[in-house]
Design a protein around this ligand. Structure first.
Ligand SMILES: O=C(O)CC[SeH]
Length: 436
């Protein structure tokens, strides 16, 4: 049996020391079945997957099975899945590939379609302007800073399309209006990590595909689905995306990721950032992290089997949370920063501000004794007391955004947990508003 057998208690890291964890958009604990899959792989499939003896063959088989599960998770084929270290690497690989594809098309055009083997070291051929990239202004830092760096080093021009302050969503017409002849990539997240708002990816891809045929430079389409997978249905082929980012630690998998690429190297360009031993068909070489890939595959299987239940439970819990907050504080003292009447949202995300001059988000959270949550993206923790630029971009007034709490529930969050959190917040606010 596995060392996990006979555990004194079920592994529930999000409940230790009677804390209530409500920061599942930051990261999730691993499901016990995922830990089991990782542990089994560590014990029995430690071999190099490229080796022909048993331990290697077992590792290769585990990787193949995981690839199949992750492909089914996002509506792709096993050959569409490239394992990466996580979402940041996957997002960087998309930008690297799209720019290289643009340069390649320029070189080809300059040579009048001549052989691709005539290397031209200049990244900027005279016939072609710099590649142009479009992203939204509410992207995760691994997209936003990747794009900003390309602008800084003069390797691309970048347009940040502002989300609508009415819908909290990037509007398709605004993206289309930003398109230029040298646009080579549009990258828009599937769901925002702070507001939970779902972006119109399917419509955006449909409209761009309808114009791609008349363009000299194909516009490649990427969506970072980190926050959507495991919460809502994600089908890359149905969306029409060329690239789709998969992040394990948002759906109870370990810290590993993958990039969905629609027929990589044939239908969709992919250019490696790393060079090495040929793994992942040379798209992403490096000896495979078999146990983590096993965990990702198992977590994918759980989502495939249980998504409807996960989604409805999280939606019920989030709605109950919003009701309890309104009961605890009164409707006039609560502003839901994640409510945009005309937009669809993730089932689990409640971004809320309790109004009042002494109730900045971080202060309220540090006055809580049970709740573990955040005021916004975990990777923005070091931003001091500045309100989230994402909320400001969505039209949330500064004094309201300053009080934001990002409460994101998970598969195991119960109504009893919500009652405790509502009481915890009420006590925290009472303490902070005590005179003197
Ligand atoms: O916390 C989040 O929103 C994602 C990790 Se930076």
């Amino acid at each position: 049996g596995l060392p996990l057998d006979g555990l004194v208690h079920t592994y529930t890291p999000d409940r230790d020391e009677d804390k209530i964890y409500m920061d599942y958009n930051a990261t999730t604990p691993l499901e016990p079945e995922v830990i089991q899959a990782i542990t089994e792989a560590l014990h029995e499939a430690w071999g190099n997957p490229s080796s022909s003896y048993t331990a290697g063959v077992k590792a290769k088989a585990i990787i193949a099975q995981a690839r199949d599960s992750v492909a089914r998770l996002v509506g792709g084929k096993p050959g569409d899945i490239i394992f990466t270290s996580g979402g940041t690497e996957a997002n960087n690989l998309v930008f690297h590939s799209a720019l290289e594809a643009y340069r390649e098309s320029c070189r080809t055009a300059e040579r009048g379609g001549g052989s691709l083997h005539q290397r031209d070291d200049s990244k900027r051929s005279s016939a072609c302007p710099l590649p142009h990239v479009i992203i939204s202004n509410v992207e995760h830092d691994s997209v936003r800073l990747t794009a900003e760096n390309l602008q800084t080093i003069a390797e691309a021009d970048v347009t940040l399309v502002a989300v609508s302050k009415v819908t909290g969503r990037v509007e398709v017409e605004d993206v289309l209006a930003a398109v230029r002849p040298n646009t080579c990539l549009i990258s828009v997240m599937m769901a925002n990590n702070e507001t939970g708002v779902l972006m119109p990816i399917r419509e955006l891809c449909r409209r761009i595909r309808s114009v791609n045929g008349q363009r000299r430079h194909r516009i490649l389409l990427h969506t970072d689905a980190a926050q959507a997978i495991g919460k809502v249905r994600v089908d890359a082929r149905d969306l029409g995306a060329d690239y789709l980012t998969i992040v394990g630690h948002k759906f109870y998998a370990p810290r590993i990721g993958a990039l969905y690429v629609n027929d990589p190297g044939t239908t969709t360009p992919i250019h490696p950032m790393l060079f090495g031993g040929g793994q992942e068909r040379n798209f992403r070489p490096g000896t495979e992290n078999t146990p983590m890939i096993a965990g990702l595959g198992k977590a994918a299987e759980l989502v495939i089997s249980n998504l409807a239940e996960y989604e409805s439970h999280m939606l019920d819990t989030r709605k109950y949370l919003e009701e309890r907050l309104q009961t605890a504080f009164g409707k006039e003292r609560i502003h839901f920063n994640s409510h945009f009447p005309d937009s669809e949202s993730l089932p689990n995300t409640c971004n809320v501000s309790i109004l009042g001059p002494r109730l900045q988000g971080r202060k309220v959270l540090s006055s809580c004794t049970r709740l573990l949550a955040s005021v916004g993206a975990a990777c923005h923790t070091n931003r001091g007391d500045r309100p989230s630029h994402i909320l400001l971009s969505c039209g949330v007034p500064e004094e309201v955004a300053a009080n934001a709490l990002r409460l994101s529930v998970g598969r195991g969050t119960s109504r009893a947990d919500v009652d405790i959190v509502a009481e915890d917040l009420r006590n925290a606010v009472e303490t902070l508003e005590k005179p003197g």
